[in-house]
Design a protein around this ligand. Structure first.
Ligand code: FES
Ligand SMILES: [Fe+2]
Length: 454
């Protein structure tokens, strides 16, 4: 165990869920980052890739797990293994490509070669230099502790003690993934978009639930017509709801129906209800929601899952959008985060529809996405301000709706029905604190089980 007990003892001061005040140091302190790597990313089930990315024997995709990188590899027997990308000789990465197809992995330092299952099968100079004395069976690539899939989504954990994936995800996490999986026969569009932001990873994570910022932060996206514009409405020419209300005004109204789902281990879903979401989408564009009428989707989501019109997030760093995209917020240091985007499409959709959907996806989020470029500016500035001698002493506030969230338990999901609020952000930090505090999975689950109130 690392020298972190000092921080663990201070966690209740750093994150006060009663007052909704956070210490800004949690966004830039290196010691806290080390503890996050160990106790969150070293234990949680993490999304690695989708099975459609590695359909054939020898296909691989490199994914981050904390500070480790793993090669997710399709095996000869059709199974999947995830191998830590470090040579067992002297540590070099055995694979420099981010994805591809191989017969085996040969390290470019001295040429040790590993098969698809990670077994060491080739050592140059075995006879001449090692006198045939090296036992190759002792030096396979290291594997993740557990790997499992949910409807094609591949996850792994480095912790042999972690509960099974289905239990970790729970009903709320599964509803989140169903927002993509239940669209039918889906696959990832080749080419994962990756870019770097100078931000602590928790800013993009908590922003997932922030429906307070779009009307200000995304005003330029409004100006170019990406999202409904207040100016259009003022001019009288803007889009209207079926009831004739101005869309942008509707966005700002406090009675917009929102639903917040909170779950064990820190998962959450937050944002408008599906009904509220549909009401601000012009009727001609509502075809994108047709998948929800599939009998399989209706059955998988259930009445509670069908309420979701907002953003599901699987703790610690996996976000699913309403537009069939999945994003990983990959921590690289306390103040640097890589953002990865996986865009999904239906295999049986027409090429025109697939193209149109991809255009919507990449223009919304990702390196060419309007919204995330605007968001990224805020997150970088917020991160920078956690370093100032004076600025870092000013608490971060999550007070919206504090203490007013009555939790309804139904269909295996805990939810709060409220207007725009900060309940899900607060839940995320409450869980974050518990992950750092509780080495025991049982205690972690018990302390992140929603009660009656938030
Ligand atoms: S470090 Fe890989 S072969 Fe030597
Ligand atoms: Fe945003």
């Amino acid at each position: 165990m690392t020298a972190t007990n000092g921080i663990v003892d201070k966690l209740d001061e750093l994150v006060n869920t009663d007052t909704g005040e956070l210490d800004r140091r949690i966004f830039s302190d290196e010691e806290i980052f080390d503890l996050e790597m160990e106790r969150i990313f070293g234990r949680a089930w993490l999304f690695l890739c989708h099975e459609s990315q590695i359909p054939k024997r020898g296909d691989f995709f490199e994914a981050p797990m904390g500070r480790d990188n793993v090669l997710v590899v399709r095996q000869r027997d059709g199974g999947i293994k995830a191998l830590v990308n470090t040579c067992t000789h002297r540590g070099n990465a055995v694979c420099r490509a981010e994805e591809g197809n191989v017969r085996n992995f040969m390290c470019t330092y001295h040429g040790w070669t590993f098969d698809l299952a990670g077994e060491l099968v080739g050592v140059p100079g075995m006879k001449e230099f090692y006198n045939d004395e090296l036992d190759k069976s002792k030096y396979p690539l290291r594997k993740v502790a557990q790997l499992d899939t949910y409807k094609g989504f591949v996850f792994a954990t480095m912790d042999p003690e972690a509960p099974p994936l289905a239990e970790f995800l729970g009903r709320t996490g599964r509803i989140g993934l169903d927002q993509i999986a239940e669209r039918g026969d889906v696959e990832v569009v080749p080419g994962i978009q990756k870019f770097v932001l100078n931000t602590n990873w928790k800013f993009p994570v908590d922003n997932t639930f922030d429906y307070y910022h779009p009307q200000i932060t995304h005003i330029s996206a409004q100006a170019v017509g990406m999202i409904p514009s207040a100016a259009d409405n003022i001019d009288g020419g803007g889009a209207k709801t079926p009831e004739g209300k101005d869309l942008a005004v509707q966005r700002l109204r406090t009675d917009t129906e929102s639903v917040v789902m909170l779950a064990e281990y820190g998962h959450a879903i937050s944002g408008p209800t599906f009904e509220a979401l549909v009401s601000v989408v012009p009727p001609s564009s509502r075809g994108v929601f047709a998948w929800r009428e599939r009998p399989e989707a209706i059955a998988a989501l259930g009445p509670v899952g069908q309420m979701v019109g907002g953003h599901p997030h699987i703790f610690p760093n996996t976000w699913i959008t309403v537009g069939a995209q999945l994003s990983l917020r990959v921590p690289r240091s306390a103040t640097v985060t890589e953002v990865w985007w996986f865009n999904f499409r239906n295999r049986d959709d027409t090429p025109e529809n697939q193209r149109a959907q991809l255009q919507r996806q990449i223009h919304m989020f990702g390196p060419a996405g309007f919204l995330e470029q605007e968001d990224g500016e805020n997150w970088s500035q917020s991160t920078l301000q956690t370093l100032g001698g004076v600025a870092r002493d000013i608490p971060q506030l999550l007070k919206m709706g504090l203490g007013r969230g009555k939790i309804i338990h139904e269909d295996g999901v805990a939810r709060i029905e409220a207007p725009v609020n900060e309940h899900a952000q607060l839940w995320t930090y409450l869980a974050w604190k518990e992950w750092l505090k509780r080495p025991s999975w049982e205690q972690l689950r018990d302390n992140t089980t929603p009660g009656e109130h938030l």
